[in-house]
Design a protein around this ligand. Structure first.
Ligand code: ADP
Ligand code: MG
Length: 714
């Protein structure tokens, strides 16, 4: 049996290879293994030993009862004798009390319920060990402590190390796998697992980064003798979590760079130049020029491009995408541009068609609602190479969509696309085409290292000239009229406005009520025909939505009452006001996206966040962050801090299993520190061929396996 085998065995199989006497004694059964899988996704031995305790109790030392008051609200370990028991009325209920004594004094032990067993089981002539939390009501007391005879306690190993507490679930606890049950299981498994855990790191790394060995780390993250031991173990585990992913990405990037791709773009051709000289409606910003150069370097390198283009909302990513596409077409290839929503795909289609007017380029659109008939000849044209640019939604990654020679794929607003979709695109041709992923930085900087570690990063760090930051104002709902005054004013100036309502689930009819009520209220305040108002939401057909957006973009609609369908990418520069109702219901990153719909011209724009009626102090505090900054990076980090990684769209939807023990905000330093070591190693030996680096391949192999299983889903 090799290393991978035992650690990666399903638990129910692995337990047959454990010392059977212990397995029996601790009542470890196949059913419990199955339950672990169901409840905590613990499937293998590796999963189990990676289920780390979240805190520890200290049962290493008896405390004196006399000193109990020093440990108010903390857990302490006592040993001594029960003197007496008695029942007492406490308010409406009856409780059981015991007086427990050691040489230093006495303390009350209280049972509030289920105490029938106490008098029967507990003797006054036997020495006990108690473990519980010190509380206070008239006197110091301990309620429902753990009780063991001293003899039993000494037989157990509890006092030999810090006592680990594991997270579990109600169902597991009922089945005997409470924290202690899980601890016993791990205790049996760990010594066996140790035989198969091999140190993947070279000695120099252990030494330079001051890491304990992997086996020591596993031992001490579960059963440390001292706090210091635990800290060292935790540090090693965190380091590994970051380093392993980074060495994997770094190695993959080296391998990828060594592979030649047939998509070597050799020339900046006629199309690109003609567009640049005659069609470009504005001067590119310095940052746009810089990233186009970076992209071009990739495209001509003979290696497959995997690049992330980060640029805040409104920084002008679309034109960069288009110019990259022209480079592909100039070199005889097709390109596709994928957007997260139909609305956005349609908008890209229009913008790009308009920009390319008069140039010999065929652009087409494929979305979910494209009629079958049109779809049929579109697919034929695509395969014959008659279409140069295909724009669309997820529909583009369906298998029936086949290109003649797809050379470049652009994915807009990446946070809606996952690794899986990206992987599917790679299957569109014999060799993976060049890939450019565009995002408005929805995730904190340090996460980029890990979530997008397989991508090279380009940043547009400047907005087009003459943009004024959007003025953001928070208003409680009682002051809504101020927002309406402002709206009246803006419309008078010839501008347009969005009013957004949060609909959690647009598929449910109920939720439309907020929107339609809001619509009615606005109509009452802004009566037609003086004002022109329209409503747009996710349950309309895409034609309807399309029509409304068209009128809005032409300035025929003053106020667009909308749901978050307008969140991403919509570009109507004449709109200068964004009012968001019940703003507290949105994440900061989402608010930032919506705010990005205005402020797209040189005119001053406004965003008004209206709080709901029962808004909490916390929520107001969160919204104030939006008022204070327009920096997308900062907002993403705040959002992370406040809501945790699971709520960050870029992370949740990246489809990647994420950090287990690292806290990407508080451990930023560690992430960067470990990254430094990974980069140094790869620099020294890009393919990790030196004998002492060979073992690092086991890490890489494991990630490869995970990635393959990921990309083969669906
Ligand atoms: P995003 O990066 O959010 O996708 P867009 O590509 O939609 O931004 O661009 C936002 C707006 O800025 C569009 O109206 C676009 O035409 C305009 N724009 C882009 N680049 C420039 C530039 N260099 N100068 C002036 N306006 C620009
Ligand atoms: Mg965009």
């Amino acid at each position: 049996m090799n290393e991978i085998n035992f650690l990666d065995l399903p638990l129910e199989v692995a337990i047959t290879q454990l010392p059977q006497a212990e397995v029996k004694a601790k009542k470890i059964t196949i059913n419990k293994c199955k339950l672990l899988k169901k409840e905590l996704e613990i499937t293998t031995i590796r999963d189990l030993i990676n289920h780390f305790p979240y805190r520890f109790y200290d049962k290493r030392e008896f405390k004196k009862i006399k000193e109990a008051s020093h440990y108010f609200n903390q857990y302490i370990l006592l040993t001594g004798y029960f003197k007496e028991f008695y029942e007492e009325n406490l308010g409406k209920r009856r409780v059981m009390k015991g007086i427990f004594a050691d040489a230093s004094g006495i303390i009350e032990i209280t049972w509030f319920n289920h105490y029938g067993w106490v008098k029967e089981k507990i003797k006054t002539n036997i020495q006990y060990v108690l473990f519980g939390r010190v509380s206070y009501y008239k006197n110091y007391y301990i309620a429902h402590p753990e009780i063991k005879t001293l003899e039993k306690f000494l037989q157990s190993e509890e006092y030999k190390h810090l006592y680990p507490i594991y997270s579990t679930t109600e169902r597991l606890a009922k089945a005997g796998l409470n924290s202690d049950g899980i601890m016993s299981f791990i205790k049996i498994v760990l010594p066996q697992a140790m035989k198969y855990i091999k140190e993947p790191y070279p000695n120099e790394l252990l030494k330079d980064a001051k890491l304990v060995s992997i086996t020591e780390a596993y031992q001490n993250i579960h059963f440390p003798k001292t706090e210091k031991d635990y800290e060292k173990a935790l540090y090693r585990m965190k380091f590994s979590e970051a380093f392993d992913l980074q060495i994997f990405y770094a190695y993959q990037n080296v391998v990828r760079d060594k592979q030649q791709t047939p998509y070597r773009f050799t020339k900046v051709g006629k199309l690109f130049n003609e567009f640049y000289n005659k069609h470009l409606p504005f001067e590119l910003t310095k940052a746009q020029k810089k990233v186009i150069r970076e992209i071009w370097e990739d495209l001509r390198s003979g290696r497959q491009m995997n690049r992330l283009l980060q640029g805040d909302v409104g920084s002008g990513k679309t034109i960069v995408a288009l110019m990259s596409i022209l480079l592909a077409i100039d070199n005889g290839y097709q390109a596709c541009l994928m957007a997260p929503t139909e609305l956005l795909a349609q908008q890209h289609f229009k913008t790009i068609s308009k920009l390319l007017k008069g140039l010999p380029v065929e652009v087409d659109l494929l979305v979910g609602s494209t009629p079958q008939k049109k779809r049929n000849y579109l697919l034929k044209d695509l395969l014959e190479g008659k279409i140069n640019i295909l724009i669309g939604t997820h529909a583009l990654i369906e298998e029936v969509v086949q290109f003649k020679n797809l050379g470049l794929v652009i994915i807009d607003e990446q946070h809606r696309f996952g690794v899986i979709q990206r992987a599917k695109l790679h299957l569109k041709s014999d060799y993976p085409p060049h890939v450019l992923v565009m995002t408005a930085t929805p995730i904190p900087r340090t996460l980029t290292l890990t979530v997008y570690g397989d991508l090279r990063v380009s940043v547009i760090d400047e907005l087009p000239p003459n943009r004024k930051p959007v003025k953001t104002i928070y208003l409680p709902s009682t002051l809504r009229y101020q927002a309406w005054d402002l709206m009246r004013n803006e419309i008078k100036k010839g501008h347009q406005a969005y009013v957004v309502y949060p609909l959690i689930d647009e598929s449910k009819k109920m939720n439309l009520i907020a929107l339609t009520e809001g619509y009615d209220a606005i109509i009452a305040e802004f009566p037609p025909p003086q004002y022109s108002i329209a409503m747009i939401h996710g349950r309309m057909s895409s034609q309807e939505r399309d029509e409304i957006m068209y009128h809005f973009s032409k300035g025929k609609i003053d106020i667009l009452v909308a749901t978050t369908v307008i969140e991403v990418g919509v570009d109507v520069p004449n709109a200068s006001l964004m009012i968001i109702e019940n703003a507290e219901r949105f994440g900061l990153a989402q608010l930032h996206q919506m705010r990005g719909r205005v402020g797209r011209s040189s005119e001053q724009a406004y965003c008004i966040l209206i709080g709901g009626e029962n808004i909490s102090e916390n929520a107001i505090h969160r919204l104030k962050i939006m008022v204070e900054t327009t920096d997308g990076f900062k907002i993403a980090e705040e959002d992370y801090r406040l809501r945790g990684p699971g709520e960050i769209e870029g992370v949740r939807q990246s489809g990647q299993r994420f950090f287990n023990i690292i806290d990407p905000i508080n451990d930023q330093h560690l992430i960067e520190y470990s990254n430094k070591f990974a980069q140094e190693l790869i620099c020294k030996d890009p393919l990790l061929e030196k004998t002492e680096y060979k073992s690092l391949h086991s890490i890489i192999e494991r990630y490869k396996l995970e990635n393959i299983s990921l990309s083969s889903i669906g």
